[in-house]
Design a binder for this molecule. Sequence first.
Ligand SMILES: [Zn+2]
Length: 297
Amino acid sequence: MSSTVSHYQLSHKFNPLLTIVFTIIGIFVAIALGIIYSIISYYSPFVIIDIGLVVVMGLTLAYLASFLAKAAKVRNTMVNFFMAFFICLFAYYSSVCGFEVGLFSGDFTDYIKLFFSPFTVVDIMFDEILPYREISITRKSNTSHISGLMLGVVYLIELLVFFYPLIVSFHIDDYYCEDCQAWYKKYQFFSSSNESLETKLSANLTGSYADVLSQTTFYTDTKGIVNQVDQSAGNIDVLEYQYCQCPKCRQKSILTIEKKLLKKDKKEYELKGVSDGFIVQDAYIDNKTDALFEKEI
Ligand SMILES: [Zn+2]
């Protein structure tokens, strides 16, 4: 048995062929999303729809980029970043083309022609749209107009939201089994906590948590804990366990334990993070601890 706990490290490896294939798939999906975005936004009568639409777009692109990076088995944050970059770029570019064709009452052939003339796209944006376009916002009986510099700021915010997935792409929060070439499966549990349990877990340097946790009851969600405590109680200290197992070899399972707080807000409890909450992070666990969690899944 090893005497010190070892931690999971990203291998930074990636498969070039899979990466290229999934990036190309991502670009095609991004172009389609950009067209849909520009059509809805062109016909949308309310600004609130536009705001909601751009937020949905940012989240969709983030999900798409991370889904495809996982499918391409990327364990390298730089490669992850570039995959996300191309997906965001094409989604944005496609939406701008759609917007410009819509504005100048074009059709799909015009869209394709414009799509392959990036300099024209930029010229139209800077020479025809930014200096002259005006967005009207009607609120009750008042109508305000956005143009010039403010319009530039609005477009810049839209661009930043489109590229929001880049921030997410710098972090790969899944584990990969290099032996089996497969991503680990994640399982989440909760337990109530106390200082003595936390001290014992933090002091453990061997990756063997089975003895400390042998008396702990695990719940798959926080409702189980709330039902166990006196309803007049205030905030509840809890531990959140993330147990990860390779679905193929079931070896070298990984555990993260984070201290959290069930904060009482009127009658409802809400799960909140605490600062410096990590007690165990990305730790390979021994067989005995593995068996303890395996029987919970
Ligand atoms: Zn494995």
